[in-house]
Design a protein around this ligand. Structure first.
Ligand code: ADP
Ligand SMILES: Cc1cn([C@H]2C[C@H](O)[C@@H](COP(=O)(O)O)O2)c(=O)[nH]c1=O
Ligand code: ZN
Length: 274
């Protein structure tokens, strides 16, 4: 009996909280055209803190209400092994958004110097101009506050190389109302999680895991095999160093690599003893 009463009071409390919450939530509405010109994407408006509104340059509106409204941000994550089409998907999404009149900005890690630092380039040569940055926190300063405020969509490539990915995505989507599209490796060549990519899954609206084709059998490839003996986690490279493989060929590859390592170590010892 006591538990039924407790359940009833919990239900009553939750009904109260729900009705209070909906009365606090502003109705979705169209922003003034002055804003919609530079910010065509109008998601559901929702409250933000005064400090957040201020940091977005949120002052200066006519109604006073506007200072506390911001578009709802989004985070979309694209993961998979190398050669799966992550960068292709990212560029396509960013180009569609730009075609819809949104202001877009593309960022990649400056660690990836494979094709120079001024553009993101796919493995089959499609290119788009980008900001190559050492860390995401420098983006707002690089762009300037005014330009940052006008950006609707932020694309991030090679996300595994950014240590401040989680913090940046939180701020960009939750505080600043940006659409953030993130492409990166979920796992490294050892199939361990890579950088902070997996840490942003709980923040995401959508997660897409792409697959490549196994270079050895043509089946779906979920993993990236490193072809060299280098063991550091971060090693920039393309098809010269890596290949996409299915589960079976990943495991076979690990056996071959391990066997090679043992043979090479033995021959070094034998050579030293001579
Ligand atoms: N083993 C491979 N070597 C070189 N290019 C490949 C290989 N497999 C696929 N590709 C090409 O790479 C393209 C995907 O490139 P990209 O979008 O840069 O992938 P990701 O960002 O996931 O590494 C494919 O459409 C295909 O043309
Ligand atoms: C597996 C793996 C990859 N890398 C590097 C190699 C490339 O420079 C990028 C991945 O590029 P892509 O756009 O996904 O093809 O990451 C690494 O440093 N360590 C690894 O284990
Ligand atoms: Zn295979």
């Amino acid at each position: 009996m006591r538990s039924i009463c407790a359940m009833r009071s919990l239900l009553a409390a939750s009904t109260f909280l729900r009705s209070t919450a909906s009365s606090l939530r502003p109705a979705s509405r169209t922003l003034p055209s002055r804003l919609s010109l530079s910010r065509p994407r109008l998601g559901a408006a929702r409250p933000v803190s005064a400090a957040a509104a201020e940091s977005r340059g949120g002052g200066g509106s006519d109604s006073g209400m506007d200072d506390h409204l911001v578009r709802s941000g989004e985070i979309h994550v694209i993961v998979g092994p190398m050669f799966a089409g992550k960068t292709t998907a990212l560029l396509r999404r960013v180009q569609v958004e730009a075609g819809n009149g949104r202001n877009v900005a593309l960022i990649k890690s400056d660690k990836d110097n494979r094709y120079g630092l001024d553009s993101v380039v796919t493995h089959d040569g499609t290119k788009m101009a980008c900001w190559a940055l050492p860390e995401l926190s420098s983006f707002q300063d690089k762009l300037g506050a005014e330009a940052y405020d006008k950006v609707d969509v932020i694309g991030i490539d090679e996300a595994q190389f950014f240590d401040d990915l989680h913090d940046f995505c939180c701020k960009a989507a939750d505080r600043d109302g940006k659409i953030v599209v993130v492409a990166g490796l979920d796992g490294d060549y050892k199939r361990n999680k890579f950088g902070s990519v997996l840490d942003i899954i709980p923040l995401a609206d959508s997660v897409t895991k792409l697959t490549a084709r196994c270079e050895l059998c043509g089946r779906r490839a979920f993993f990236t095999l490193r072809k060299t003996r280098e063991t550091k986690t971060e090693l920039i490279g393309g098809a010269d160093v890596y290949m996409p493989v299915c589960r079976q060929h990943y495991l076979d590859g690990q056996i071959v690599i391990e066997a090679t390592r043992i043979v090479l170590e033995r021959s070094t010892v034998i050579h030293a003893m001579k």
